[in-house]
Design a protein around this ligand. Structure first.
Ligand SMILES: NC(=O)C1=CN([C@@H]2O[C@H](COP(=O)(O)OP(=O)(O)OC[C@H]3O[C@@H](n4cnc5c(N)ncnc54)[C@H](OP(=O)(O)O)[C@@H]3O)[C@@H](O)[C@H]2O)C=CC1
Ligand SMILES: O=C1O[C@H](COP(=O)(O)O)[C@@H](O)[C@H](O)[C@H]1O
Length: 500
């Protein structure tokens, strides 16, 4: 489907010399430009600490698009819209200069005063920047002003609440777009469509027919050069508080009365409110933490987490989390949502497996066999699509059955590479659609759930750390967690040998 053209806008990126801007933001904006989705009335004002010239910045943007200096006209035309301003976050004079530059770009590109402030910087700067944007008059325009905030949004509930309060002094909730890039992924957005656009799923989507739901997001990379950040975060804050709980909410929510931002968000919040809180010793029954040890990946020896730069050699930080999330409402009573995420695991894969309950009586096998359960697998990445696992009659063998799979692969059927999550989210933000961004109520609820777990983990040393080898599917405890409920993890990729 062709996207509509966006309205004129100045996109001011704080942290424009950083990694996120280079790897994700410039390429995504360029893709929108290439597709004709970005109106010609746009400018990207890159803001960074370095004293770069405009031409140095243009070179940087060109590099990010993997283009040579003699690249094609479209790239050069795009880069003409990219301007740089060096800046010190704490200095009012810097903001006055930014304002002058923004007003000048407004005139030059006819931007109608529309502004998006994208904070791609360390979170300790978020509050200072928003204070200055208002105090120094950058938000005084005739057009719209929107604020895009990168993760992490706080470190726990109190710090997130303090940050929220500070930001709200300068921007209203409607103007704030909190990024969770999983919400920009094609197949995460497809969860609602699969559920609410198919007559045969929704009637079965409850505790009468579903035995458990498994959400795995496994990564093969380690913490790499992010040790300093990760030591204060761990997998629980880095992945569970945001991406994993957002997927739980989309899978468990009630059908919204319409597809408006407010209705969808309020249904998601109801799920987050219904999650059974676990605290103190109870955490050990519901959650398992892990930390990767050295191991062999792709035939190469790799170090353990504790050997990484800026990591405490006796670190108590988890690089893996598995958990059983219970949603105490009428629809989901008794159905475990198993979540699992970790670094340095055997496969890079994000998958959701919905396992249906066994049929009441097996007519087709004798006692030593059992029918495979029906599964709906939603492949989020790297492959994108859905697979239905069914049982069908084996050809020419009486009434014996065999498992069959019906698959839909998004890229092979639709014939295009699906857009990068950031491309979709940037587009939505310029269009003013906040549906795939997180509301403060969602952030608040998910911190409140996660804080109880981190409180317990931070007050008790994990004596068995490191407890899983690099290149494995996580610690033993994760398999036991699922087995104790009578289930097993379903495989999420070819190298995932420990699962069914
Ligand atoms: N990188 C990623 O893949 C992801 C990043 N994020 C989030 O995005 C944000 C940015 O991350 P990332 O790009 O990796 O960070 P980087 O460290 O690569 O970049 C930080 C940016 O902040 C600028 N900066 C730092 N201090 C100042 C200052 N005092 N005044 C002005 N500018 C300053 C730097 O400017 P200079 O270089 O000129 O010093 C640089 O542009 C973080 O919140 C991170 O959590 C979220 C998901 C993924
Ligand atoms: O937000 C984050 O996500 C990435 C994983 O994202 P994906 O799109 O590759 O699944 C993770 O590596 C990073 O630690 C975390 O901050």
């Amino acid at each position: 489907m062709k996207q509509e053209q966006t309205p004129p806008a100045l996109i001011m990126i704080f942290g424009a010399t950083g990694d996120l801007a280079k790897r994700k933001l410039f390429p995504s904006l360029y893709q929108l430009y290439l597709k004709g989705s970005l109106s010609n009335q746009f400018a990207v004002l890159g803001v960074g600490r370095r004293e770069w010239s405009d031409s140095r910045f243009k070179e940087h943007v060109r590099d990010s698009l993997h283009a040579s200096s003699h690249s094609n006209d479209l790239i050069e035309a795009f880069i003409e819209h990219c301007i740089y301003q060096s800046h010190d976050v704490a200095d009012s004079n810097s903001y006055i200069q930014l304002k002058t530059q923004a007003n000048e770009l407004d005139r030059r590109f006819s931007l109608e005063g529309n502004r998006i402030f994208y904070l791609a910087m360390a979170p300790e700067f978020f509050g200072t920047i928003t204070d200055h944007l208002k105090q120094d008059g950058l938000t005084d325009t005739d057009g719209f002003c929107r604020l895009v905030i990168e993760k992490p949004f706080g470190h726990n509930l109190p710090s997130a609440a303090a940050l929220n309060e500070q930001i709200r002094q300068s921007f209203s909730e409607e103007q704030i777009y909190r990024i969770d890039h999983y919400l920009g992924k094609e197949m995460v957005q497809n969860i609602e469509v699969i559920r609410f656009a198919n007559a045969f799923f929704e009637p079965l989507w409850n505790s009468r027919f579903i035995s458990n739901i498994q959400i795995t997001s496994s990564e093969t990379l380690g913490v790499e050069e992010r040790g300093r950040y990760y030591e204060t975060s761990g997998a629980l804050r880095d992945m569970v508080q945001n991406h994993m709980l957002q997927m739980v909410a989309l899978l468990a929510m009630e059908p919204p009365i319409n597809l408006s931002t407010d209705e969808i968000r309020s249904e998601k919040v109801r799920v987050l409110r219904a999650m059974r809180p676990v605290e103190g010793k109870e955490v050990d029954e519901y959650f398992v933490r892990g930390q990767y040890d050295k191991g062999i990946m792709n035939g190469q020896n790799v170090d353990g987490y504790r050997d990484g730069d800026n990591v405490d050699p006796a670190s108590n930080t988890e690089t893996f989390v598995a958990g059983k999330v219970m949603i105490d409402n009428f629809r989901w009573a008794g159905v475990p949502f198993f979540i699992r995420t970790g670094k340095r695991m055997a496969v890079k894969s994000t998958k959701i497996v919905v396992q249906f309950k066994d049929i009441p009586m097996n007519l087709y096998y004798n006692k030593e066999h059992s029918l495979d359960p029906n599964l709906l697998v939603i492949h989020i990445q790297p492959d994108e699509g859905i697979t239905l696992h069914l049982n069908a009659k084996k050809t020419s063998e009486g009434v014996n059955t065999q498992p069959v799979r019906l698959s839909y692969s998004a890229s092979s059927i639709d014939g295009i590479n699906t857009p990068e999550a950031y491309e979709k989210l940037l587009y939505d933000c310029i269009m003013g659609d906040a549906t795939n961004f997180t509301h403060w109520d969602e952030v608040r609820r998910s911190w409140s759930f996660v804080d109880k777990i981190s409180d317990h983990w931070e007050s008790t040393t994990a004596k068995d750390f490191p407890n899983y080898e690099s290149g494995s599917m996580g610690p033993e405890g994760s398999f036991k967690l699922v087995a104790d409920e009578g289930f097993e993890w379903w495989s999420v990729g070819e190298l995932d040998e420990n699962s069914k």
